[in-house]
Structure formats: structure tokens, C-alpha cells
Design a protein around this ligand. Sequence first.
Ligand code: SF4
Ligand code: SF4
Ligand code: FES
Length: 231
Amino acid sequence: MKLKLKVFRHDPATGKKGYTTFEIDCEEGMTFLTALQRIKEEIDPTLTFRHFCRAGICGTCTININGFPKLACKEQVFPYALTSGEVTLEPLDKFPVIKDLAVDHDSVILDLKRLQTWISEVRKDVRIPPNVSSRIEKAADCILCSACQSYCPQVLEEGYAGPLIFAKIYRFLEDPRDRNKEFRIREALEGKLYHCLSCNKCNNVCPKDVDPATLIRELMTYIKPDGKEDL
Ligand code: SF4
Ligand code: SF4
Ligand code: FES
């Protein structure tokens, strides 16, 4: 079966921007990442996109497919081929484009460093109750794919941290071994936790069911707008 892929192209070196349409043969089981690789190998070696694990666990291959952020290595081509003749592939919104479908995630990496998203000193004396452990695991399933961050309308507000960052804050705030709770509460408030629109768009696009909007609502039950916690 034939499918047309209309791919966004941008080369900051030349300033050229636009779309190139490629027609490929697709078969059942083919992912968008495989389709992009086929184009790169057989049609246009200059086409640029990111990938690493090819298994939905590294979060590097996220692109917009018909306007929705998806993992290219997981999303199947065939259902699109059956229902439409052409699919539009674009880089993630709200991130600077490096080239074509590859965007610069440095802002997220710098935020994670600033937030110290690790436990600096493990308290071996602290046991994690099973119900808390399952909540931490859910937040820890985040693969930093940035789908939620790019789809969140509120990220356009200056200083709004975004769903990816709040999911990380939740993951450590919930962990009884973490000693940085005051710092995390302050970061959540400075990241404008209470400006979340509760629109659930981040939940809808998360490929790992982290449900950042739900975690944000839970954070709001712990952290009061005046900075007091209720853990
Ligand atoms: S629920 Fe909040 S964080 Fe999620 S997309 Fe909406 S505004 Fe953004
Ligand atoms: S919360 Fe979900 S959508 Fe957001 S970065 Fe993590 S895995 Fe991706
Ligand atoms: S290549 Fe790793 S998640 Fe897609």
C-alpha cells in the first residue's frame, strides 16, 4: 500500500523552510520511524530526525504526526494508510528546531539539572509503603519524551514549568527517602503550579500513562498556594 508523508523541512544554516512530500510503500507492522529511515536510506539522505532505542523507552523520537506528539518508533503507519492518503510529520511544538524533525531539548535537560532530579543521599532506614511505591513508579515511568511539554498550552506562559517538570517534582516529593522537600515545593510554586489549566492535554498525549495532569492535581493537594505542605 502507498502512503504519502508530508515532512516539515528546516535548515537553520540556509534559513530554508517548507515541506517535502515523499511517497513510500508501507506494510503492516511498519512504524513511522521505519518509514523515515526508509526515506533516508532510499530517497533523501539529508532528512534529519532523532531516534535511539527503537523500542519506546528512550523518548528521543517524538514528533508531531498529524499534529499530535507521538513516539515515531511506536506509532504504526498502516492505520493511517488505510484511512488517509497523506500524513503530516512535523517537529515538536515549543522547542527550537535544529534541523527538519530534530528539536533542541536542552531547556528540559537544564531544568532537570536545576531541579536536582535525583536522591543525593539514600536513607536506607526509610521503607517505602507499597501504595507510595506504586505512585512513585507511575511518575518514574516518564521517559522524558517531551510530548506533554510540547502539547501543553500553558507552557507558552513565561515561567510556567510544564507537565514534564511537575511530574518529576512529584516523583521526588513523594519519595520518603528524599531530603529536598522544601526545595521541591518552592520549585513547584515558582514554576507556577497553580497556573495549570487542568485541561488534561498532557495526559492525553503521554505514551507512558504517566498522567502528568493528574499528578499536578495531586501536587496541589500537598502544596498549598502559600507554600505550606500537607504531606
Ligand atoms: S493539564 Fe496543565 S500541564 Fe497538562 S496540558 Fe493542561 S495546562 Fe498543561
Ligand atoms: S510525562 Fe509522559 S509525555 Fe511527558 S515527558 Fe514523560 S513520558 Fe513523555
Ligand atoms: S527511539 Fe527510543 S522511544 Fe523511540
